[in-house]
Design a protein around this ligand. Structure first.
Ligand SMILES: CC(C)(COP(=O)(O)OP(=O)(O)OC[C@H]1O[C@@H](n2cnc3c(N)ncnc32)[C@H](O)[C@@H]1OP(=O)(O)O)[C@@H](O)C(=O)NCCC(=O)NCCS
Length: 227
């Protein structure tokens, strides 16, 4: 069903829900989602480590137990993605051990370009221990700038949420920079609530919680997300 709302004036075209579909992430998508992450969040720590770092990271995460990821696709082109996991700390440890050398190499290359990234990378490793709320987490959702405001992000979140609900989860969390007003509006509209404030990378962050049991999503998930 097309949305009843009028497209934003900034929308590049009159795109509708029927113009894209959502499916599970495949290995061949990793470089593309790395590029989307870099273009959607320039200046953030992980995107600053570069496309090669993110491509390697996503390749290592894909297929790992307790990692769920979906892409939005239009005419065969990936235009957005969502990725999360059951236990961020355990997943980060497993990826760091299993992908130690290539990830360390790309991290060093990133730090050579921007030395401050070394501290930020260490802070990222300490992040899971600082959350008050354990359990599943949405690590990143990003949509190609040209496709933002067309419903891709909402459908990705609905699909990710349905996957976790089928898994038996009751809540999950996502950490977002407090100054990311677009994300704050986006998550607020979808029913997420701030449950913790954190300081990371010298800036305030908000930890949002989404209750899978009590909130009725207004956007339908994609089909075929069952375990
Ligand atoms: C946050 C983000 C993922 C949202 O994705 P998106 O595809 O733009 O999200 P949607 O299109 O579903 O919703 C965005 C807005 O467009 C509106 N919208 C959605 N479909 C629409 C349509 N067909 N016509 C008009 N408006 C529409 C929604 O109502 C929503 O309004 P809001 O500003 O009140 O939230 C995207 O902006 C992004 O990639 N940002 C950079 C990365 C980031 O910050 N990620 C979050 C931290 S992990």
């Amino acid at each position: 069903m097309p949305r009843m709302t009028e497209p934003r004036p900034s929308s590049p075209a009159l795109r509708r829900e029927t113009d894209f579909s959502v499916r599970p992430l495949a290995r061949a998508d990793c470089r593309r989602i790395a590029e989307i992450h870099v273009s959607a969040r320039p200046g953030d720590v992980l995107p600053d480590l570069g496309v090669a770092f993110l491509d390697t990271l996503y390749g290592r995460l894909l297929g790992r137990p307790g990692v769920w990821a979906f892409v939005g696709e239009s005419s065969g082109r990936v235009v957005g993605f969502v990725l999360g996991c059951a236990d961020t700390g355990a997943t980060m440890r497993a990826v760091a051990i299993g992908g130690c050398l290539p990830l360390a190499w790309h991290t060093l290359a990133g730090c050579a370009r921007r030395p401050r990234l070394a501290w930020h990378a260490l802070e990222t490793l300490r992040y899971p221990a600082r959350r008050h709320a354990p359990g599943p987490e949405l690590m990143v959702v990003a949509v190609e700038p040209d496709w933002q405001g067309c419903g891709v992000g909402s459908r990705l979140i609905a699909t990710f949420s349905e996957r976790l609900r089928l898994q038996g989860c009751s809540t999950y969390h996502v950490a977002v920079k407090s100054k990311n007003d677009t994300a704050a509006r986006f998550y607020g509209r979808l029913g997420f609530r701030v449950v913790q404030r954190l300081a990371m990378y010298g800036e305030p962050w908000d930890l949002y919680e989404y209750r899978l049991t009590s909130h009725q999503p207004s956007v339908r998930p994609a089909v075929g997300v069952s375990p």
